[in-house]
Design a protein around this ligand. Structure first.
Ligand code: ZN
Ligand code: ZN
Length: 299
Protein backbone atom coordinates (compact mmCIF):
# COMPACT_ATOMS: atom_id res chain seq x y z
CA UNK A 1 0.00 0.00 0.00
CA UNK A 2 1.35 3.39 -1.02
CA UNK A 3 1.49 5.62 2.04
CA UNK A 4 0.82 9.36 2.07
CA UNK A 5 3.93 11.41 2.67
CA UNK A 6 3.20 14.28 5.04
CA UNK A 7 4.69 17.75 4.92
CA UNK A 8 5.13 20.52 7.51
CA UNK A 9 3.17 18.54 10.11
CA UNK A 10 3.87 19.61 13.69
CA UNK A 11 3.20 17.30 16.62
CA UNK A 12 0.46 19.58 17.97
CA UNK A 13 -1.66 18.66 14.92
CA UNK A 14 -2.36 15.23 16.43
CA UNK A 15 -1.38 15.39 20.12
CA UNK A 16 -3.91 13.78 22.47
CA UNK A 17 -5.69 16.38 24.66
CA UNK A 18 -4.98 14.35 27.84
CA UNK A 19 -1.26 14.41 26.99
CA UNK A 20 -1.41 18.20 26.65
CA UNK A 21 -3.44 18.70 29.84
CA UNK A 22 -1.36 16.42 32.07
CA UNK A 23 1.87 17.96 30.76
CA UNK A 24 0.50 21.40 31.66
CA UNK A 25 -0.14 20.14 35.20
CA UNK A 26 3.39 18.72 35.38
CA UNK A 27 4.98 21.93 34.11
CA UNK A 28 2.89 23.85 36.66
CA UNK A 29 5.00 22.45 39.51
CA UNK A 30 7.34 25.18 40.75
CA UNK A 31 10.11 22.57 41.01
CA UNK A 32 9.69 21.45 37.38
CA UNK A 33 12.52 23.46 35.80
CA UNK A 34 15.02 22.75 38.57
CA UNK A 35 14.29 18.98 38.57
CA UNK A 36 14.71 18.77 34.79
CA UNK A 37 17.90 20.83 34.95
CA UNK A 38 19.51 18.78 37.70
CA UNK A 39 18.43 15.60 35.95
CA UNK A 40 20.07 16.73 32.70
CA UNK A 41 23.23 17.62 34.59
CA UNK A 42 23.28 14.28 36.38
CA UNK A 43 26.04 12.09 35.00
CA UNK A 44 24.02 8.93 35.66
CA UNK A 45 21.84 9.61 32.61
CA UNK A 46 24.89 10.02 30.45
CA UNK A 47 26.45 6.87 31.93
CA UNK A 48 23.29 4.91 31.29
CA UNK A 49 23.17 6.20 27.73
CA UNK A 50 26.74 5.09 27.13
CA UNK A 51 26.08 1.64 28.65
CA UNK A 52 23.03 1.13 26.44
CA UNK A 53 25.04 2.23 23.41
CA UNK A 54 27.82 -0.17 24.30
CA UNK A 55 25.53 -3.12 25.03
CA UNK A 56 23.01 -3.07 22.20
CA UNK A 57 23.06 -3.79 18.49
CA UNK A 58 23.30 -0.66 16.33
CA UNK A 59 20.90 -0.55 13.37
CA UNK A 60 22.44 0.86 10.19
CA UNK A 61 22.01 0.47 6.44
CA UNK A 62 24.72 -2.20 6.59
CA UNK A 63 23.66 -4.18 9.68
CA UNK A 64 19.86 -4.23 9.19
CA UNK A 65 18.98 -2.84 5.75
CA UNK A 66 15.26 -3.73 5.86
CA UNK A 67 14.68 -2.27 9.31
CA UNK A 68 16.78 0.76 8.44
CA UNK A 69 14.55 1.34 5.40
CA UNK A 70 11.37 1.13 7.52
CA UNK A 71 12.98 3.66 9.85
CA UNK A 72 13.92 6.05 7.01
CA UNK A 73 10.40 5.88 5.55
CA UNK A 74 8.78 6.61 8.92
CA UNK A 75 11.19 9.50 9.54
CA UNK A 76 10.27 11.03 6.17
CA UNK A 77 6.51 10.49 6.54
CA UNK A 78 6.41 12.03 10.03
CA UNK A 79 8.82 14.91 9.21
CA UNK A 80 11.23 14.06 12.02
CA UNK A 81 14.15 16.50 12.40
CA UNK A 82 15.89 14.91 15.40
CA UNK A 83 16.87 11.58 13.87
CA UNK A 84 17.78 9.14 16.66
CA UNK A 85 20.41 6.41 16.66
CA UNK A 86 18.57 3.10 16.66
CA UNK A 87 19.55 0.01 18.66
CA UNK A 88 18.17 -3.47 19.18
CA UNK A 89 18.02 -5.02 22.64
CA UNK A 90 17.60 -8.73 23.22
CA UNK A 91 14.13 -9.58 24.52
CA UNK A 92 10.93 -11.15 23.28
CA UNK A 93 8.38 -8.90 24.84
CA UNK A 94 7.21 -6.57 22.08
CA UNK A 95 8.45 -3.23 23.19
CA UNK A 96 10.49 -0.19 22.31
CA UNK A 97 11.58 2.95 24.09
CA UNK A 98 13.45 6.19 23.61
CA UNK A 99 16.21 7.24 25.94
CA UNK A 100 18.18 10.43 26.03
CA UNK A 101 19.99 13.19 27.76
CA UNK A 102 20.48 16.76 26.61
CA UNK A 103 20.17 16.72 22.80
CA UNK A 104 21.13 13.08 22.33
CA UNK A 105 18.39 10.56 21.71
CA UNK A 106 18.40 6.86 21.03
CA UNK A 107 15.59 4.52 20.09
CA UNK A 108 15.80 0.97 21.36
CA UNK A 109 13.61 -1.81 19.99
CA UNK A 110 13.35 -5.27 21.47
CA UNK A 111 14.23 -8.18 19.20
CA UNK A 112 10.59 -9.28 19.55
CA UNK A 113 9.46 -6.23 17.56
CA UNK A 114 11.50 -7.44 14.58
CA UNK A 115 10.91 -11.17 14.83
CA UNK A 116 7.23 -11.20 15.80
CA UNK A 117 5.79 -8.34 13.77
CA UNK A 118 5.21 -7.69 10.08
CA UNK A 119 6.59 -4.57 8.38
CA UNK A 120 3.61 -2.31 9.03
CA UNK A 121 3.30 -3.43 12.66
CA UNK A 122 7.00 -2.67 13.09
CA UNK A 123 6.42 0.70 11.42
CA UNK A 124 3.68 1.40 13.95
CA UNK A 125 6.12 0.76 16.82
CA UNK A 126 8.84 2.83 15.12
CA UNK A 127 6.36 5.66 14.44
CA UNK A 128 5.21 5.48 18.07
CA UNK A 129 8.78 6.01 19.31
CA UNK A 130 9.41 8.75 16.73
CA UNK A 131 6.22 10.39 18.01
CA UNK A 132 7.79 10.62 21.48
CA UNK A 133 10.82 12.29 19.91
CA UNK A 134 8.75 14.69 17.80
CA UNK A 135 6.72 15.76 20.85
CA UNK A 136 9.92 16.18 22.88
CA UNK A 137 8.82 13.60 25.46
CA UNK A 138 12.20 11.89 25.72
CA UNK A 139 13.79 13.70 28.66
CA UNK A 140 10.59 13.48 30.74
CA UNK A 141 10.19 9.80 29.89
CA UNK A 142 13.79 9.13 30.82
CA UNK A 143 13.22 10.91 34.15
CA UNK A 144 10.01 8.92 34.76
CA UNK A 145 11.82 5.65 34.06
CA UNK A 146 14.71 6.55 36.36
CA UNK A 147 12.46 7.72 39.19
CA UNK A 148 10.36 4.57 39.06
CA UNK A 149 13.17 2.11 38.45
CA UNK A 150 15.76 0.48 40.61
CA UNK A 151 18.55 2.79 39.41
CA UNK A 152 19.79 4.02 42.75
CA UNK A 153 22.00 6.81 44.07
CA UNK A 154 20.22 9.55 42.20
CA UNK A 155 21.28 12.74 43.92
CA UNK A 156 18.06 14.53 42.96
CA UNK A 157 15.63 11.82 44.03
CA UNK A 158 15.37 13.07 47.61
CA UNK A 159 14.20 16.45 46.40
CA UNK A 160 11.49 15.20 44.05
CA UNK A 161 8.07 15.56 45.70
CA UNK A 162 5.82 12.51 45.58
CA UNK A 163 3.07 14.54 43.91
CA UNK A 164 5.48 15.47 41.14
CA UNK A 165 6.28 11.80 40.52
CA UNK A 166 2.55 11.02 40.39
CA UNK A 167 1.95 13.84 37.89
CA UNK A 168 4.93 12.67 35.84
CA UNK A 169 3.76 9.06 35.66
CA UNK A 170 0.21 10.11 34.85
CA UNK A 171 1.48 12.28 32.00
CA UNK A 172 3.79 9.49 30.88
CA UNK A 173 0.81 7.18 30.44
CA UNK A 174 -1.22 9.82 28.58
CA UNK A 175 1.71 10.58 26.29
CA UNK A 176 1.35 7.04 24.94
CA UNK A 177 -1.91 8.07 23.26
CA UNK A 178 -0.09 10.79 21.30
CA UNK A 179 2.72 8.42 20.35
CA UNK A 180 0.18 5.83 19.14
CA UNK A 181 -1.32 8.46 16.84
CA UNK A 182 2.16 9.12 15.39
CA UNK A 183 2.57 5.35 14.97
CA UNK A 184 -0.63 5.18 12.96
CA UNK A 185 0.32 8.21 10.84
CA UNK A 186 3.58 6.41 10.04
CA UNK A 187 2.09 3.05 9.03
CA UNK A 188 -1.29 4.38 7.82
CA UNK A 189 -2.86 0.97 8.41
CA UNK A 190 -5.42 0.95 11.23
CA UNK A 191 -5.53 -2.82 11.45
CA UNK A 192 -1.74 -3.15 11.61
CA UNK A 193 -1.64 -0.51 14.36
CA UNK A 194 -4.30 -2.27 16.43
CA UNK A 195 -2.74 -5.68 15.81
CA UNK A 196 0.60 -4.30 17.00
CA UNK A 197 -0.98 -3.05 20.24
CA UNK A 198 -2.82 -6.35 20.71
CA UNK A 199 0.40 -8.32 20.24
CA UNK A 200 1.92 -6.25 23.06
CA UNK A 201 -0.84 -7.50 25.36
CA UNK A 202 0.67 -11.00 25.42
CA UNK A 203 -0.82 -12.99 22.52
CA UNK A 204 1.34 -16.12 22.05
CA UNK A 205 3.01 -16.48 18.67
CA UNK A 206 0.94 -19.55 17.75
CA UNK A 207 -2.30 -17.52 18.07
CA UNK A 208 -1.19 -14.55 15.97
CA UNK A 209 -3.42 -15.76 13.10
CA UNK A 210 -6.43 -15.69 15.40
CA UNK A 211 -6.06 -12.09 16.57
CA UNK A 212 -9.53 -10.57 16.57
CA UNK A 213 -9.40 -6.78 16.66
CA UNK A 214 -13.15 -6.37 17.16
CA UNK A 215 -13.40 -8.59 20.24
CA UNK A 216 -10.30 -6.95 21.73
CA UNK A 217 -11.90 -3.52 21.33
CA UNK A 218 -15.14 -4.77 22.90
CA UNK A 219 -13.22 -5.99 25.93
CA UNK A 220 -11.42 -2.64 26.11
CA UNK A 221 -14.76 -0.81 26.08
CA UNK A 222 -16.11 -2.79 29.02
CA UNK A 223 -12.81 -2.35 30.88
CA UNK A 224 -12.98 1.41 30.43
CA UNK A 225 -16.49 1.42 31.91
CA UNK A 226 -15.26 -0.63 34.89
CA UNK A 227 -12.30 1.62 35.50
CA UNK A 228 -14.48 4.70 35.86
CA UNK A 229 -11.84 7.31 35.29
CA UNK A 230 -13.97 9.83 37.15
CA UNK A 231 -13.01 8.10 40.39
CA UNK A 232 -10.00 10.24 41.29
CA UNK A 233 -9.04 8.36 44.45
CA UNK A 234 -8.98 5.07 42.54
CA UNK A 235 -6.98 6.62 39.73
CA UNK A 236 -4.45 7.94 42.20
CA UNK A 237 -3.83 4.41 43.43
CA UNK A 238 -3.57 3.15 39.85
CA UNK A 239 -1.06 5.88 39.09
CA UNK A 240 1.01 5.24 42.13
CA UNK A 241 1.16 1.48 41.93
CA UNK A 242 0.79 0.67 38.26
CA UNK A 243 2.54 3.66 36.75
CA UNK A 244 4.51 1.57 34.32
CA UNK A 245 1.61 -0.58 33.19
CA UNK A 246 1.29 -0.42 29.44
CA UNK A 247 -2.51 -0.08 29.43
CA UNK A 248 -2.70 -1.67 26.02
CA UNK A 249 -6.48 -2.17 25.98
CA UNK A 250 -7.14 1.49 26.65
CA UNK A 251 -4.51 2.49 24.11
CA UNK A 252 -6.20 0.43 21.38
CA UNK A 253 -9.56 1.93 22.25
CA UNK A 254 -8.28 5.52 22.26
CA UNK A 255 -6.61 5.04 18.88
CA UNK A 256 -9.77 3.56 17.35
CA UNK A 257 -11.84 6.44 18.76
CA UNK A 258 -9.47 8.91 17.11
CA UNK A 259 -9.85 7.16 13.75
CA UNK A 260 -13.64 7.05 14.11
CA UNK A 261 -13.74 10.78 14.94
CA UNK A 262 -12.42 11.53 11.43
CA UNK A 263 -9.42 13.49 12.76
CA UNK A 264 -6.92 10.95 11.47
CA UNK A 265 -8.20 11.20 7.85
CA UNK A 266 -8.35 14.97 8.18
CA UNK A 267 -4.66 15.14 9.12
CA UNK A 268 -3.66 12.91 6.21
CA UNK A 269 -5.57 15.21 3.84
CA UNK A 270 -4.35 18.44 5.37
CA UNK A 271 -0.65 17.59 5.44
CA UNK A 272 -0.45 15.43 2.32
CA UNK A 273 2.72 16.34 0.42
CA UNK A 274 2.99 16.49 -3.36
CA UNK A 275 5.94 15.05 -5.23
CA UNK A 276 7.73 17.03 -7.91
CA UNK A 277 7.49 14.96 -11.12
CA UNK A 278 10.93 16.18 -12.23
CA UNK A 279 13.24 15.94 -9.18
CA UNK A 280 11.11 13.85 -6.79
CA UNK A 281 11.24 16.45 -4.00
CA UNK A 282 8.22 16.46 -1.65
CA UNK A 283 6.60 19.75 -0.80
CA UNK A 284 3.33 21.18 0.59
CA UNK A 285 0.34 20.75 -1.69
CA UNK A 286 -0.43 24.49 -1.90
CA UNK A 287 2.95 25.13 -3.60
CA UNK A 288 2.89 25.81 -7.32
CA UNK A 289 6.65 25.77 -7.94
CA UNK A 290 9.08 23.09 -6.79
CA UNK A 291 11.43 24.74 -4.24
CA UNK A 292 14.24 22.48 -5.35
CA UNK A 293 14.21 22.52 -9.17
CA UNK A 294 11.80 25.39 -9.95
CA UNK A 295 9.44 23.19 -11.97
CA UNK A 296 6.01 24.75 -12.13
CA UNK A 297 3.28 22.32 -11.03
CA UNK A 298 0.68 24.11 -13.12
CA UNK A 299 2.25 23.21 -16.42
ZN1 ZN B 1 5.60 5.04 24.24
ZN1 ZN C 1 11.53 19.49 -8.35
Amino acid sequence: MERIRLCKMEANAYEHPEDRETLKVLKGFSCFESIIKSFMDWNGVKADYVVRKASNFHVTKETCPELNQLMDDAISILNIDDVPRVYLEWGYNINGYTWGYRDTTMMVLNTGVIDLMDDMEQTFVIGHELGHIKSKHVIYHTLAKVLTSSISNIPIIGSVPELFVLALTRWSRMSEFTADRAGLLACQDVNAALRAIIKMSGVPHKYFDKINVESFLKEAESLQKDLSFTDKAFEKVLNAVYNDHPWVLIRALELKKWVDSGEYEQILNEYKAIRCPVCGHYTIKSTTVCPKCDTSFNL
